[in-house]
Design a protein around this ligand. Structure first.
Ligand SMILES: [Zn+2]
Length: 189
């Protein structure tokens, strides 16, 4: 993976958490979409997705639409909507047929970037770190994401814990500040 792609998507996820004033887990991607004026539509209402797609984003005039496969679990639906928000906020030029269901190393760079955006949005590293969260099961429960998405995040967290350079970016510090009340509440539990 190109580091630029990673850094871009990560920073965009932080910026999104700040801009939409997200203060607690689980993050609600459908609320972010609503505040951003993006219409989120169930595929069972419109039947627009191809069999291999879990979601899509389209711009009609000035209006963005996200269609997601609502036959998936709630956790996967949340990730799909976050992934689509990634495409929109990262300014990807969207082509039909790009939105495959599985995480796949051969995915185009934009798909990887949208996945990175979604996982950083739904499972912000600085919040997991300060709550001393490590396992995929803990991440899945806290962030309301699928076990497979949590597994990928847990593996990344091992790397981040060993590097131990949290809160060095002003963006990440701003995210952390917004979550402070939530963090204190969780630590007191
Ligand atoms: Zn996609």
């Amino acid at each position: 993976m190109i580091y630029g792609v990673y850094k871009n998507a990560r920073n965009a996820a932080w910026q999104c958490l700040i801009d939409y004033n997200v203060t607690e887990l689980p993050v609600k991607p459908s609320r972010i979409a609503r505040v951003a004026g993006i219409k989120v539509i169930k595929n069972s209402d419109v039947h627009e997705l191809e069999p291999h797609e879990s979601g899509s984003s389209t711009l009609e005039g000035n209006q963005w639409y996200i269609v997601y496969d609502d036959e998936n679990t709630k956790q996967r639906c949340r990730f799909t909507i976050a992934h689509e928000l990634g495409h929109i906020f990262l300014g990807h030029e969207l082509k039909k047929g790009y939105h495959t269901r599985k995480f796949d190393i051969t995915k185009p760079a934009v798909e990887q970037a949208a996945d990175i955006f979604a996982s950083r949005l739904l499972a912000p590293a600085c919040v997991l770190w300060t709550l001393d969260v490590h396992t995929a099961a803990e991440i899945a429960a806290l962030c309301d994401i699928s076990n497979s998405a949590a597994q990928i995040r847990a593996e990344r967290m091992i790397e981040l814990y060993s590097r131990n350079r949290f809160l060095t970016s002003p963006l990440e510090k701003a995210v952390y500040k917004n979550f402070e009340g939530y963090i204190q509440k969780k630590k007191a539990e």
